[in-house]
Write a protein that binds this ligand. Sequence first.
Ligand code: ATP
Ligand code: MG
Length: 1063
Amino acid sequence: MEKAPLERMESVLEDRDRIGVPDAILLEDYLSETAFIDNLKKRYNENIIYTYIGHVLVSVNPYKDLGLYTDKLLEKYRNVNFYEVPPHVFAITENAYRSMTSEVTDHCILISGESGAGKTEASKQVLRFLAATSLHRREMDRVRDRLLQSNPLLEAFGNAKTNRNDNSSRFGKYMDIEFNFRGDPVGGHVLNYLLEKSRVVHQEKGERNFHVFYQLLAGAPDDLLKKLHLQRDPNQYHFLKQPENPDMPLSSFDQGQSCNVNSINDRVDFGAVDHALDTLEFKTEEQEAVWCVVAAILHIGNINFYGDDDGHAQIKNDEEVKHASSLFGCDSKALAKALTHRTIEARGERVTSPLTPDQAVYARDALAKSVYERVFNWLVNRLNMSLDSVEKGRKTLLGILDIYGFEIFNKNGFEQFCINYCNEKLQQVFIELTLKSEQEEYRKEGIEWEQISYFDNKIICDLVEEKHKGIISLLDEECLRPGEATDMTFLSKMNSHLSKHDHYFSYDTSSNNKVKKTINKDEFRLRHYAGDVAYRVQGFLDKNNDLLFRDLKEAMVQSSNMIVRVAFPKEELMGKKRPETAGTQFKNSLANLMVILMSKEPSYIRCIKPNDEKRSYCFDTERVGHQVKYLGLMENLRVRRAGFAYRRKYEIFLARYKSLCPATWPNYRGNPKDGVRAIVQHLNYHPDDYRLGETKLFIRLPKTLFYTEDKFQARKQELATMIQAKWKAVMYRRRYLKMREAVTNITKHWRRVKAQRECARRKWAVGIVRAFVKGFITRNEPVNPINARFQQLVKCEFLLRLAKVLPQNLLDTSWPVAPSSCKEASPVIYGLHRTYLARKYVKALTPEKRSMFEEKVLAEQLFKGKKSSYPETLPNWFVTSRLNTAEESLRKTAFEESIKMAGEKTKYSTPCTKYDRHGYKPRERLLILTSGALYLLEAKENKLKQKHRFSLKEIQGLHVSPNNDNLLLIQIPVENAKKDKSEGKDTNPKGDLILNVPNVTETVTKIITVSDNSEVLKIADTDCIGHTMKNGKQGTIMLDTGAMTVINKNKEGKLLVVAGPGQ
Ligand SMILES: Nc1ncnc2c1ncn2[C@@H]1O[C@H](COP(=O)(O)OP(=O)(O)OP(=O)(O)O)[C@@H](O)[C@H]1O
Ligand SMILES: [Mg+2]
């Protein structure tokens, strides 16, 4: 049930070994009570409390909340077919409601079972389901609330804690719910049966009075209690806790003593009753009147009596009488008198006689019972006024009967007799209606009628109710007849009238000794359809008479309490006719009920109590067995199974079992009946095992259905694999398609994004290119917004290019061609770069190198453009010595050590050729320049000989030719020659020195550097150079150019220097 609450009923058949069958008509051995109970037990152990017998719902009380009545489940059971869902009270109700609305017929749901079996709980769920059918319109909510609120009110006044049930209904209840043409509940009406009023004055040990007394004491506000002169403690009240009192035999029974019950919260329940009274729109004064009567009954219970000297009853506690009378609104003296006296009218005369204390207690209790019963009836009537529908027009009815089930105790009294009689009547209705409906179904379906044998309990009903002959008539007669009638005289009367009856037994009438032994002398036994029950006759007459002394009635009639006034009408006193006895009243009300029920389509809920301890998960097989018997469930089953065990609409059968026949699988398009025919023929059903009706298939034996079901289970495995494979394929394909779609989507979007980016890039590029082109076109214009960027670029590009090709040394003068926009900047940069290179170069120079450079610079100044051999000297550095190794070593030794003057430093040395001034004879000499003088030396035989020395200051001129020769004429003053002579070195002045120096520009530059006098250099600008010769004579040196360098004396005796074309 919990596992799959809404699976088709057939679907649980596969598990039938474990959880039993949902419908007992499917039991193989349907005659076996054991099999039936075993099925209930299996289900109960699996928390499945509901089982069908056809359309009868069997419910086993779980004594535990199984979550069976949630709103969700309630909604799920709405609008579904009876057999499509597991058995449930909602399913029964939905079925009744559906057929009521669709067929526009009245229906009723009969709920029976023994005390504590769950009738009231079931009836509440039925009512809940029906009340919830209303569409939520405001006035419907009002009706729904009222219908639902009738329960707490009736339960407060009509229910009590008993040893069998903490909330036992002590009255029978039939409630009609009225529906309008739309199917909305619009009103209701309650009928009540046989309230157990004796409970007001007496309860068995462990039991309580009606809930309302305790609720009032626990829940009423203090001011209300004060007004009612009540105290909170229930033990203060005799009817709630009867003190043991040997003086009062009637109250010397076991006490109730069970004011507090764990499962009951009286204070909270009072709130619920209060709320119900408001919802049902009881006026304030009506509510007050109700509480006054309840309180008055408690006060009445506390009135005690004692016997005076004459043995007449006197009231011990007047204040209780005062309280009671004030609450009733009657005269306290009149009430006191009525409680202690009895007036009898005989032949027109009224005789008042005092009562004994025992009689007074009896009268007191009778008053309490009577008042309570009448107040209860008033409440039901008032409730009916509240539930009365205001809607006019046609209405359909759905009745709920929550009435006591068959009762068998160790000692059974008048109440059990009435209750069991009631159950006989209900069984009668059941059999008649079930058979009728069975027959009706066969007729509708066009199936030949199969005779069903069953036990007709009419004979028992007649035994009880037949006019003049029945037990109730005999009892009435005994009550009415003059003379000493007692319970035992009533028994002998029955014995004499009923001894022949097959269902009546008593000690006296029984001829069988065995039977005799089992019956007491004060008992009679009836053989009910559900079993034998022995009744003790004690109290039958008294309870049937149900007398309230006239004096008390009169006192009550005077009451100003609005309820009591209505409950005890004046007319009652007027009528001379004796009121109907309790038995007859009950018989008549039952007859009435039967009329009501017979006019309606019935549904049944049979409640079973699984154990006596109110325990969950405890299934007492024996206990259940008794109830199965008393409820006549086996009889139910037999009647139902007399024909066919299983019947189902073709569509439903086809839908489930179509896979078993190739002709109907996977879909059958034709008429469902033909489809079902094809299935049953394919399965080889025996022709006797089934019938094809108009709309339904009828299967005679469960085993045929099970065979079909088992085949279906096997087939299901095959199908499951097939479906699984197909389903997987579908799922994977769906997944694949979904993925493919997703991929396309993603690609599409990605492509779009890419295209957008590309487009933007191109747009940007176009802009750039366009700007570039425009810039290019206008590149030569002055900078303007159009070409500014281009120009910038060109400059950038030029600079970048320049950076790569910058000359790395000073000699490299290459320089890229600058674009027009850099024309101005380029030379500046060039200059800067040259400066930078020069500066770098200069910075890297050593002092030696520097001086070498200075010499070179000096040489440039002296010779550039003036002497043809100068360019040749450019590539090479000037050196300090041009001597060979031998000459050099001589210089180092001889010259440095002996010839050189002290303080001088050698600056330059070179070999040279000296030409005599006269005759121009060439002589090889070494020329050495020091810081102070110029030496001309002769190297001969490894010796050095100074030929000339003159101070640098003395040099008057250094003559060279502009040509490519090495001629050097050193002009010395004549005095110098004399000085030479005086010094003894050369006495014969020879005039200027004519030399051929291999590196003449080098030599000259060195001399000028050391002498720091560039004035002395003279480069000839004619083709001859004059010179002073020996003895002051002037000579001329002729200069010329030729094919090769030659120096010699020409024919004129002059020195001819012919310069070659250079090296
Ligand atoms: N379907 C149910 N689920 C859970 N508990 C239940 C159910 N039916 C009954 N009971 C329990 O059993 C108790 C007795 O049930 P209920 O009052 O309906 O019995 P009853 O047949 O009306 O007895 P009585 O004839 O004494 O009125 C309830 O108070 C509740 O605790
Ligand atoms: Mg009940």
